[in-house]
Write a protein that binds this ligand. Structure first.
Ligand code: SF4
Length: 251
């Protein structure tokens, strides 16, 4: 029997089959984390996952992407990766000295039920996180959502870091959604012209669209600072662009 499809059905099938712009959650979490000044993204999972995000972002932005991993092996997959993450945090702060480490999970660590907030608490109690340094966490299982969900979840984690003092800072929080570094630069230019003081997070401008200086800097000059993120609780309002930012803005 000859099956015939209407032009509408054919176009719907093509739209489904051709190169869907959807990839795994941690890529979005890593992109968002790179928008914090002095942040080292950390992938709590196997090395292969981390290598995939790093190479994908490096190819796209033509910038060297630094990131660390909990390097799960068979042992961590069975008995849990807490020891790996504790060791990783110790090594990262000792060797690379970032301001903040933004940890996201992967399919594997989510499947075995890793509890990042609990591990962070333990790391704080055991002194693995030095005074004045921060660890953000985001749950990003890749069998749900997409890179955009991962981005949004990491942005929510940034919003959760706010420490309100009760004294307003006269600024507006600006959550740009997943846009390119050049778009973030343009948003800052427009708000500057309007005379509105903003704290934009994340801010990958100056991080992933930097000039060719010939010099490698592990932590480029751009990005929202941790001090700014802490003060977002004192802002006079929040403007979130794009529906996927609503979770962060709702905080
Ligand atoms: S295993 Fe999951 S988290 Fe890792 S690269 Fe694949 S989809 Fe992404």
């Amino acid at each position: 029997m000859l099956l015939r499809h209407t032009p509408k059905e054919i176009s719907e099938r093509k739209a489904l089959a051709i190169n869907p712009a959807k990839t795994c959650q941690p890529i979005g979490a890593m992109y968002a984390a790179l928008g914090i000044h002095g942040c080292l993204p950390h992938s709590h999972g196997s090395q292969g996952c981390c290598a995939y995000y790093r190479s994908t972002l490096t190819r796209h932005y033509k910038e060297p992407i630094s990131a660390s991993t909990s390097s799960f092996t068979e042992g961590a997959s069975v008995f849990g990766g807490q020891a790996n993450l504790m060791q990783a945090l110790n090594n990262i702060f000792t060797v690379y000295d970032p301001e903040v480490v933004a940890v996201h999970t992967t399919c594997l660590s989510e499947t075995i039920g890793e509890d990042l907030p609990q591990i962070r608490k333990k790391a704080m109690i055991e002194g693995k996180i030095p005074e004045g340094k921060y660890v953000l966490t985001a749950s990003t299982p890749s069998y749900a959502g997409s890179h955009v969900t991962g981005f949004s979840t990491m942005v929510k984690s940034m919003a959760m870091a706010a420490e309100p003092t009760g004294k307003k800072n006269g600024k507006v929080n600006l959550i740009p959604g997943w846009v390119e570094p050049a778009d973030m630069e343009e948003l800052k230019r427009i708000t500057g012209l309007l005379g509105v003081k903003t704290i934009m997070f994340p801010d990958t401008s100056g991080v992933l669209n930097g000039p060719l200086s010939g010099e490698y800097r592990m932590f480029p000059e751009g990005g929202v600072t941790m001090a700014e993120l802490l003060s977002t609780g004192d802002s006079i309002g929040t403007l979130a662009l794009g529906e996927w930012c609503s979770a962060a803005a709702a905080r």
